[in-house]
Ligand binder design. Sequence first.
Ligand code: HMG
Length: 390
Amino acid sequence: MKIGIDKIGFYAPHIYVDMNKLAVARNVEPEKFTIGIGQSQMAVAPVTQDSVSLAANAALEIIDDEDREKIDFVIFGSESGIDHSKSGAVYVHQLLGLNPHARAIEVKQACYGATAGIQMAKGHIALNPDSKVLVLGSDIARYGLKTSGESTQGAGAVAMIISANPRIMELEEHNVYLTNDIMDFWRPIYSDMAFVDGKFSNEQYILFFNKVWEAYKEKAGLQLSDMEAICFHLPYTKMGLKALRTVLDEASEDVQNRLLYNYQASTTYNRNVGNIYTGSLYLSLLSLLENKEELQDGARIGMYSYGSGAVGEFFSGILQPGFKKHLFVEAHQQLFARRKEVSVEEYEVIFEETLPKDGSDIELDITKDPAAICLSGTIDNKRQYVNKLR
Ligand code: HMG
């Protein structure tokens, strides 16, 4: 039985900062951000969007009534979850009006969470072929104003339905995964901003890639020439390129050119959104599917997932016949076209606008946020969400 991605949706907040302008404000050459880091725009989350509302908005565009009935498992991958106890999945389940007879959990391992969710979903579908699983990867990446990680922030969510007989991508077997206890990036429970050993994290990302790729080749009996493209977890778009370059000399010039060419399509969305942590790899897949016109049915796509701390995984998938018909390209084009630029000064104010830390009630103005689902405030330490479509 084929199991894989049946639908894939995406949401990013309606405002962004231009990286050229951020560079000028931080007194660095714009090319450092646009070429050295490889980012053009950075999505900024207003206080009315958190990881739950971003995920619910991403899912809203892809689910229909049949999905609402058949989804019996919601897996919320996040490292910017809103509660130490209750899962984001339970909120999303309610906001989307899903079948009550469903499991709903949150999964955490830095940017690897959604990949863990997908693999878990695969097992669930193998046992329950008629059901569907909603997997969410949703995050707000925060390092702090004027930090070295600032240019690699972002916000957004990807939502995927995993099912039997998927219409977009069948997930192949022979996954290879790796865990090693390292401190390259972490966020202690008391902090809403990440701590990072930047250079070390870059090295580990590449080291993990090299290790899982070597093992994958052996296990799968496949090589670079078997991949139409490789999608990477993208903390910033230059990162995947650095990893890709370490293995390119294994292939002929034609294959190298193909992979490098397709890499561009697989980074277009990420370049304009920033790091969305656990959704980033899947935003890269979406970017490839929606921006590379000549992509053929049956093509094999390599997928490299990396979550600091760290866990890495390499796996692959096969694009299904007619997959293009099941994408939401126009909706995503509109999402990008409707976003508004904010100045660096406005971004700094928005960045500091957080919910009260002492638990006091707050009512947020959601009229300025065009998203269907918004965080409207807190009452008695409980977050309040509004689905404007209901
Ligand atoms: P930095 O110190 O600001 O930048 O840190 P840099 O000095 O390393 O420069 C960056 C690049 O810009 C370099 O390119 C420079 O040469 C180039 P490279 O040599 O590395 O290819 N550059 C220029 N290029 C063109 N024109 C110029 C120019 N000037 C410089 N004028 C760093 C950068 C990414 C380390 C920092 O932003 C950071 O710490 N970010 C957060 C950590 C991160 O993203 N790590 C990635 C791997 S770990 C990961 O992916 C997991 C993660 O997503 C978390 C999770 O799993 O949950 C982060």
